[in-house]
Design a protein around this ligand. Structure first.
Ligand code: IGP
Length: 254
């Protein structure tokens, strides 16, 4: 599946036209996570569909969802912009950015420098860089370019081997472990528990995907995660705010 996604992405990137710059105020993604009042920081994801689950939310209003994430106590918002496999749109970023004051992570498959620039132009505060998609040296190039533009990077890994390759070149400020294997779609929180010992102390550690209950939050927190990235369970909740309440037991700090 990942190969198919990347093939499509290459075709899209070949046609990419850079948009004019949005006039929006940058907000630090890193600081928002670091300064959370929640048990662990919450990055709440706006995601209509996924290749493994199909349509997750039928009646989908991305701006309304983002506003409810903000009032429900999320620390940052992740927005899927891949259209072919996740039914996202790049236009969601400026629209959401103007509606909330939380930092926005652009969630897409970045394979080209122009997508990094595009992310800045549409008003994202942070981007995702996936180690399974990029060679470590390329990933570092994009990381540096993004940093120059004032974007934070969430460096996503799935194995300790990939992480070691990256750490031999540089230490990312933010490292996420994806509990979902992008090739097999298998999800297990054991990923977080296994990889935690390889994460440098100075990096902010995020547990991504497959988090549905307060017990899941406690489990990844125990494994050392300082933040969680949650999509499906929030999108399937009766309301996004209700979803946050369920995840955090007594509720998130507002
Ligand atoms: O819906 P979930 O299981 O809560 O997962 C959210 C997020 O981690 C997931 O959407 C994700 C993590 N890394 C990605 C890379 C590409 C696309 C999607 C993702």
């Amino acid at each position: 599946m990942l190969n198919k996604i990347i093939e499509t992405k290459k075709e899209e990137v070949a046609q990419l036209v850079l948009p004019p710059k949005e006039s929006v105020k940058p907000v630090s993604f890193f600081n928002a996570l670091q300064n959370t009042k929640n048990e662990v920081a919450l990055i709440a994801e706006v995601k209509k569909a996924s290749p493994s689950k199909g349509i997750i939310k039928g009646n989908f209003d991305p701006i309304q969802i983002a506003k409810e994430y903000e009032s429900g106590g999320a620390d940052a918002i992740s927005v899927l912009t891949d259209s072919r496999y996740f039914q996202g749109k790049r236009e969601y970023i400026p629209a959401i950015k103007k509606a909330v004051s939380l930092p926005i992570l652009r969630k897409d498959f970045i394979i080209d420098e122009n997508q990094v620039l595009e992310s800045k132009l549409i008003g994202a505060d942070a981007i995702l860089l996936i180690a399974e998609v990029l060679e470590a040296s390329k990933l570092y190039e994009f990381y540096q370019f993004a940093t120059e533009l004032g974007l934070d990077c969430l460096v996503e890994i799935h194995s300790s081997e990939a992480l070691e390759g990256i750490l031999s070149i540089f230490t990312p400020k933010i490292i996420g472990v994806n509990n979902r294997n992008l090739k097999t779609f298998e999800v297990t929180l054991e990923q977080t528990e296994t990889i935690t010992s390889y994460i440098p102390e100075e990096s902010l550690f995020i547990s991504e995907s497959g988090i549905f209950t307060h017990d899941d939050i406690l489990r990844v927190k125990k494994a050392g995660a300082k933040a969680v990235l949650v999509g499906e369970s929030l999108m399937r909740a009766e309301t996004p705010a209700q979803g946050i309440l369920t995840l955090f037991g007594a509720g998130a700090a507002q």
